[in-house]
Design a protein around this ligand. Sequence first.
Ligand code: EPS
Length: 387
Amino acid sequence: MRYLTAGESHGPQLTTILEGLPAQIPLLESDVNAWLARRQLGYGRGRRMQIEKDTVEFLSGIRAGRTTGAPITLKIENSDHKNWTEIMDVNPGNEPRKKALTAARPGHADLVGGMKYRHKDLRDVLERASARETASRVAVGAICLKLLEALGVEGANFVDRLGGISSSVPFGWDALEIIENSPVRCLDKNAETQMIAKIDHAKENGDTLGGVLEIRFRGLVPGLGSYSHWDRKLDGRIGQAIMATQAVKGVEIGHGFDNADQPGSSVHDAIFYRDSSAAKGAYDRNTNGAGGLEAGMTNGEELIVRVALKPIATLMKPLPTVDVVTHEAADAARERSDTTAVPAAGIIFQCVIAIVLAEAYLEKFGCDTLPEMLERLEEYKKFIATY
Ligand code: EPS
């Protein structure tokens, strides 16, 4: 399975092609729209989210509410484009264009992207580098979440830290509604209040905030991915998918960084043999220090991925920079932006991890139709139940 995304933040639309998805997966545009809407939420989001009401249009690969096995084309319109038609005009003209950006923003693609592609109007860089592109990956991920749901896999995402404020309430699958109803997708009401105050304070000071998110998946069968070659290892593939998302500066499986300070005897998960109807068979563990992955493969325990999101690079109280045309010292450009995108980022990460997990299921159980995958999955579960 593979996908390509294209489109700029203020161009006409985001276009995505997803190829290699099995046929017979029930799928409606509303299944994708629910996730696109969640991506737009979150306390601290910028004014763009009042302009867009992101929805997808299926242009191929779907008929009568199910996938056909043909490539799926996804269209997400940029409502804001009508205000940018002159600036984004594909034809020559209107030079010098309005909203040209030459005061490179520290922490963004602006300066290095301008060097790499020989642009002096750094809008040619930021339009594609923008986090707007994550809407395309959420659309693909939402489709993969539908496939995973049919295969008995469920995901969750929540904010563990925001602006240095930590949640102290442990995650539970019975708390999904609390997360959904929290403006910062946090389980801890006290922390939530402090996070919101910190976001308000950052906004008043023209600053931005980052944070740490946790994404979980349960119901995964053991043996997805492989130890046999570096590019088959699931931790590596999840790591790439997450690190390739805007504003990510760190990723860990389980509490990888804390575990690095602990002795092996308190990190590795002892194995027991118990009757179990779970997807993982009879081999069981009382702990999950491995975060659901061992040697690049799912081990049947919950997959736990933690992500460090940098504070958004566009500051309303800008840092010093250099104008790439005059080479004069300047204040960095102030583009419309978010104070924080941390709450929304969990939605994006759950989707990009779902893409990797869906690929792993296709590798192990075939990729023509969902019914065949389900037959092979049941046969595999029977095998591991008595392994
Ligand atoms: C975003 C779209 C962008 C930004 C933001 C999030 O839209 P606009 O540039 O028109 O405001 O609001 O992107 C960034 C903060 C960034 O640095 O790229 C989105 O759709 O998520």
